[in-house]
Design a protein around this ligand. Structure first.
Ligand code: HEC
Length: 208
């Protein structure tokens, strides 16, 4: 019995030693790849298929797990919320995510990963959209709007984003016009993003 147990533990040590050496080799290889700048981080050079797959898996599982316990507020999706969300969206989001009837902006063409056009359904739950808008997504252009906006305002934006795929350009413009003025006032004080109000011909493209 004793020798058998002894043999098993020698075997276990051998496996552990081999695993440690293999792990060391992998770390060394990764370190060298990093050191030599082997991976191209340029936004105009798409990820290789395995890296793209890995990033996408990390992203979607991370968002799904973290938004699981978010409760949908009672009465979510009222016309008031949708119209408030439209004003916020036109001010802060359309520049990257575009809107019905809007030409592609310069930033929307240069972003990588691209900002999905939100006039197409995202396939995300409202809770997932809330989480993304509030917390943003690392190493993408998607900012954490929760740093400067209350949960109430973020739910307004979610309500609007849920409605967006069903809107014609005219309906979109009408909704933006119907947005409460106080939101516009508030956004004027925000530094950072230019005021992109989503109207073709009214984008800030005059620097050519
Ligand atoms: C500077 C550009 C930029 C701005 C401005 C921006 N976003 Fe994003 N957004 C992105 C990018 C890039 C992604 C994709 C992130 C990724 O690949 O994980 C994204 C992802 C999203 C998603 C997830 C879409 C999907 O199908 O996965 C939602 C919802 C979203 N943004 C909403 C908003 C809202 C609402 C605003 C305005 C408050 C906004 N974004 C402003 C760049 C932007």
């Amino acid at each position: 019995m004793e020798t058998k147990a002894g043999g098993a533990s020698v075997k276990a040590w051998k496996i552990a030693g081999f695993s440690a050496a293999a792990l060391g080799a992998i770390f060394l290889a990764c370190g060298l790849l990093v050191d030599f700048g082997a991976y191209n981080v340029a936004a105009d050079a798409p990820h290789s298929a395995p890296v793209f797959w890995l990033m996408n898996e990390i992203r979607s599982h991370s968002i799904a797990v973290r938004s699981r316990d978010i409760a949908l507020p009672a009465g979510f999706g009222t016309p008031t919320q949708v119209s408030a969300g439209a004003g916020l969206y036109a001010d802060m989001c359309g520049g990257c995510h575009l809107a019905p009837g809007m030409e592609r902006t310069e930033i929307s063409q240069g972003l990588y990963p691209a900002a999905p056009e939100l006039s197409r359904p995202t396939g995300l739950t409202p809770q997932e959209e809330f989480w993304i808008i509030k917390h943003g997504v690392k190493m993408t252009g998607m900012a954490a709007w929760g740093k400067t906006h209350s949960d109430t305002l973020i739910w307004d934006m979610v309500a609007f984003v849920q409605t967006l795929p069903s809107l014609t350009p005219q309906q979109y413009q009408a909704l933006v016009k119907s947005a409460p003025a106080d939101h516009d006032e508030m956004m004027k004080d925000m530094n950072g993003m230019p005021d992109m109000n989503g109207m073709p011909g009214m984008q800030h493209g005059g620097h050519h």
